[in-house]
Ligand binder design. Structure first.
Ligand code: SAM
Length: 216
C-alpha cells in the first residue's frame, strides 16, 4: 500500500466518522480493544495494588480523552479502582458525565497533580492528516494526529511520568498509521519500559495497546 493510498484511506475514515456524530467520538473497535486490554492487564496482575494504595486511599485511574465515556464506564464496572475521565471537548465531558462518571475538562494532563494517578489510559487522536484537509471542529480534535499522527502522543508521553505514581502504568493505543516504532522509541527515550499487551489487525491498520511503566 502506498503512502498516498494510506492517506486517502485515513481521510475517508475521517469523513465516515464525521458523518456519524458531529461532536463526540463514539466507541469503535479501537475503544473496545483498549478497554479489554486494560481490564485484562489490571485484573491479571498486582498492578492495581501500588505502593500508594491503602484501604482508605484506593488506586486511581485516569482516562484521558474519554470522548463518550464508554471506555471509562467499562473500566469502572470491571476494575476495583477509582476512575476519573477527562477530555478537552466540552460536549464529550457532558456525555461522559451523563454516564455517571467523574469528569474533568482538561488539556491532556494539565492540572493533574504530580504522582497522583496509578493508571493512565489514552486512545489518542492518531490519524495522520494533511493540514490542508483539516476542519477546525471537535471531531477533528478527536481524530487528527497532525501530519505524523503523533501531535498529542508526544506531549502525553512527556508529561505522563510526572503524573504517574511509583509502579504506575500508562496504557496507550498506537496505530500502524501513526508510526509504531517512532512511538515506542520516544516512550523509551522519556524513560518508559514498553510492553505490548494487545494487538488487532484491521483492513488498513494494525492497532496495538502499549503498557508503559517507568523503568526502575
Ligand atoms: C480517538 S478519540 C477516543 C475517545 C474514547 N476514549 C474512545 O476510545 O472511544 C480521542 C479523544 O481525545 C480527545 N482529545 C483531543 N485532544 C485532546 C486534548 N488536548 N486533551 C484531552 N483530550 C483530547 C478528543 O476530544 C476525543 O474525545
Amino acid at each position: 500500500m502506498t503512502d498516498e493510498k494510506l492517506s486517502d484511506d485515513s481521510r475517508s475514515r475521517l469523513a465516515d466518522r464525521r458523518g456519524l456524530e458531529p461532536h463526540v467520538y463514539q466507541p469503535a473497535e479501537d475503544s473496545a480493544l483498549l478497554a479489554r486490554a486494560v481490564i485484562e492487564s489490571l485484573s491479571n496482575t498486582d498492578s492495581q495494588k501500588h505502593e500508594t494504595a491503602t484501604a482508605s486511599s484506593p488506586t486511581r485511574l485516569l482516562e484521558v480523552g474519554t470522548g463518550s465515556g464508554w471506555v471509562a464506564e467499562q473500566l469502572t464496572a470491571e476494575l476495583d479502582t477509582h476512575v476519573v475521565a477527562s477530555d478537552l471537548n466540552p460536549h464529550a465531558c457532558r456525555q461522559a458525565r451523563d454516564r455517571g462518571l467523574a469528569v474533568v475538562r482538561a488539556n491532556l494532563l494539565d492540572g493533574f497533580a504530580d504522582h497522583s494517578i496509578d493508571s493512565l489510559v489514552f486512545n489518542p487522536p492518531y490519524l495522520p492528516t494533511d493540514p490542508d484537509n483539516e476542519w477546525d471542529d471537535w471531531m477533528e480534535h478527536a481524530l487528527s494526529g497532525g501530519t505524523d499522527g503523533r501531535r498529542l502522543i508526544i506531549p502525553f508521553l512527556d508529561d505522563a511520568p510526572r503524573v504517574l505514581t511509583t509502579g504506575g502504568a500508562a496504557f496507550l493505543l498506537v496505530s500502524s498509521l501513526t508510526g509504531y516504532d517512532a512511538v515506542v522509541d520516544y516512550a523509551r527515550e522519556v524513560g518508559f519500559a514498553v510492553a505490548e499487551v494487545a494487538q488487532a489487525s484491521y483492513p488498513f491498520e494494525v492497532l496495538s495497546i502499549l503498557k508503559l511503566t517507568v523503568d526502575p
